[in-house]
Design a protein around this ligand. Sequence first.
Ligand SMILES: [Mg+2]
Length: 232
Amino acid sequence: MPRGLFITGTDTEVGKTYVAALLAAELAAAGCRVGVYKPAASGCAVASGDGPCPPGTLVSGDAVALWEAAGRPAELDRVCPQRFAAPLAPHLAARAEGKPFDLELLRTGLDYWTARSDFVLVEGAGGLLCPLGEREMMADLAADLGLPLLIVARNALGTINHTLLTIEAAERRGLPIAGIILNTPAPRPNDPSVAGNPGEIRVHCSHPILGEVPHGGPLPESVRRWVRGLAG
Ligand SMILES: [Mg+2]
């Protein structure tokens, strides 16, 4: 199994990119050549030309964030080869725009990064059961890429259910789970579940809860040590 992680979320907007970028930066700072890959992105904006993308092209903000965090390795265009404008599941966005959606490229696009990296971080779109067409889902892509899952969960009311559903879907498909990180994507001053969520998930789950990332905060030391250990 190549060294790397497939980062999935319990929902969209739980902070997959935020956590993946922190991991990429941690690995790059440790001298690791980090490859970052987002097989497909929707909801992309048109580049104005101010950033690293040519004006008029579709920009995946996630791809740019991952690429910057990894130290701008190789070509940005290869981080996310399939980009769509509509904020829909990627194959639906492609259809809405009359563009092809290349299931093979979702898989082969990673080869570019495995060839030039010590460690690869792949960020899925949506969660494990986000459809990638009529026949397959993100979980099928994760299985084919052969990387263990890192599950990013929102540390908020409802996350016990979302996290356990994601774990059940992964286990049912035989996908290995490296661990779970709880992230707080927005301040939650009045959510009394936040402090207890990690412990409550642990009661029902045999996979490691690696740590919690506070809103806008850094990786906890436990996660930093863990990911550096994975990269060897
Ligand atoms: Mg993202």
